[in-house]
Design a protein around this ligand. Structure first.
Ligand SMILES: Cc1ncc(COP(=O)(O)O)c(C=O)c1O
Length: 471
């Protein structure tokens, strides 16, 4: 090794927040670019921080302050922090064989994981393509969809319908089927062609100015109207989160998803459920689709699949889709991701799902989530900035408004929501806020921690409203 290389290595490994925190922060500011952030955000933005450890529902920052992790990192640490069993499973697999290949060979943990997901997934969702993150799972779903239609002789099907306000990932294909307003993403046009959007089933602010149930769930009929207008034979898929976190934890009316399934079936359009946030117990069922008994054609999974212990994702397909990629006819999927099915990540996911099942965390999410939601509804009556309370299981949001009667919103990620996050962090709680305050703690949360969370939200909103001169 050259001297320069040795010095570079020594300088990097010397960084240690316990010995010299300012030096670590200086290095981070110079060299580490946080996602969705200006370059030096770690030191210039109060809502960015260096975390050093975690246990259960709590994390500790470099100053030694402990926080309740009310967003499970980024909606994903479902089994909680500091799980030794996952660390050990990963170490064991890394010692044995860390990597085989994504296309020419595989490993036992990849086979075991695919088998487990096929067993857990609803209906005949049984063929599993592994990748490393949610965006890749969505890209894979889109490419499988396009190739599936082409192999069946319907190559003209290329359009994909998504809901406005939804988020399906950061890569180009996933972005192109996400429902961000054009004004929000001004840098990346033109997107991949074929992305169409419809309004979400967002009853608090219905785009059609209708009210449930007298609306007869017009928002799902609007999807069929759009399909017919566009010519159904050009539409490949509808992609939707069963409960959209990005739209503000929008829980659809009971009829919405069964009717969407029916519409897709009648027009030969595939239905993709993005369960990247909602999967693995988050909503009080293993997969949110189970609340409505609807089986999509393709389901995308990531986040809670490993609870963040390793980057891993899955695209799970129904048998009829996999069958089109027929060995006899050499119909290979034209898609290869090097880290797909990486053995250590698969071992982490297996150990993670084992904890979910053995500790019955899905049932805990249902029970604690129901309690949390009830308490949030009570709390909302005391806080004029809370316009609406939504959620299912441990996926909840409080919609923040300047005025409850006019429903005038705050600016998304504007100074108010940042101030609220600062207040909550001072009180010992980390989460995320835009026009909503999101609450999605780890599924291992216990009743006393739910009480702590509610007490902090209550105190935080009181201080926030006082500062905003609401009281
Ligand atoms: C519903 C949904 N789909 C896809 C993604 C993209 O996942 P990733 O960030 O792992 O690429 C996200 C990320 O938050 C998501 O919430």
């Amino acid at each position: 090794m050259s001297d320069a290389h040795s010095q570079a290595l020594a300088a990097a490994l010397r960084l240690n927040p316990r010995h010299d925190l300012p030096e670590v922060m200086q290095a981070a500011t110079q060299h580490l670019w946080l996602h969705a952030s200006p370059w030096q955000a770690l030191t210039t933005r109060s809502d960015r921080r260096l975390l050093v450890s975690g246990h259960g529902c709590t994390v500790v920052d470099a100053h030694g302050k402990t926080y309740l992790d009310a967003l499970s990192g980024l909606w994903l640490v479902n089994v909680g922090h500091g799980r030794q069993a996952i660390a050990e499973a990963m170490a064991q697999q890394a010692r044995t064989l860390a990597y085989a290949s994504a296309s020419r060979a595989t490993t036992l943990p990849a086979i075991q994981l695919a088998t487990l997901l096929a067993e857990l997934a609803p209906g005949d969702l049984s063929t599993v393509l592994l990748s490393s993150g949610g965006s890749e799972a969505v890209e894979s779903a889109l490419k499988i969809t396009r190739q599936y239609h082409t192999l069946r002789g319907e190559s003209e099907r290329y359009k994909v319908i998504s809901r406005r306000g939804s988020y399906h990932g950061a890569t180009y294909g996933a972005m192109s089927v996400s429902g961000a307003p054009q004004s929000v993403d001004p840098y990346y046009s033109p997107l991949v062609p074929g992305g169409l959007t419809v309004s979400a089933p967002y009853c608090y602010r219905c785009d059609y100015r209708k009210t449930y149930p007298s609306c007869d769930v017009y928002c799902v009929e609007a999807i069929e109207d759009l399909l017919i207008y566009e010519n159904p034979r050009t539409v490949a898929a509808v992609i939707a989160e069963p409960i959209s976190a990005a739209c503000g934890v929008v829980v659809p009316p009971p009829e919405y998803l069964p009717r969407l399934r029916d519409i897709c079936d009648r027009h030969g359009v595939l239905l993709i459920f993005d369960e990247i946030i909602t999967g693995f117990g988050r909503t009080g069922k293993m997969f949110a689709a189970e609340h409505w008994d609807v089986v999509p054609d393709i389901m995308t999974l990531a986040k809670g699949l490993s609870s963040g212990y390793a980057p891993i994702a899955a695209t799970v397909c129904r048998t009829a889709i996999a069958r089109q990629f027929d060995s006899a006819q050499e119909h290979a999927l034209a898609h290869l991701l090097t880290f797909g099915g990486q053995a250590v990540a698969c071992a982490a996911a297996l150990a993670n799902v084992q904890i979910l099942i053995q500790e019955d965390l899905v049932a805990n999410a249902a029970a604690q989530g129901q309690y949390l939601l009830t308490r949030l509804h009570e709390l909302a009556t005391r806080h004029p900035t809370v316009g609406d309370v939504r959620g299912l299981g441990l996926l909840c949001a409080l919609e923040l408004v300047q005025d409850r009667r006019s429903k005038e919103p705050f600016v998304a990620e504007g100074p108010e929501s940042r101030r609220l996050l600062d207040i909550l962090a001072e009180l010992g709680m980390l989460t995320r806020a835009d026009t909503n305050l999101y609450l999605a703690p780890p599924l291992c949360i216990q009743r006393h921690e739910v009480e702590q969370l509610i007490a902090m939200v209550d105190a935080g909103l009181t201080q926030f409203e006082h500062e905003c001169a609401y009281l």
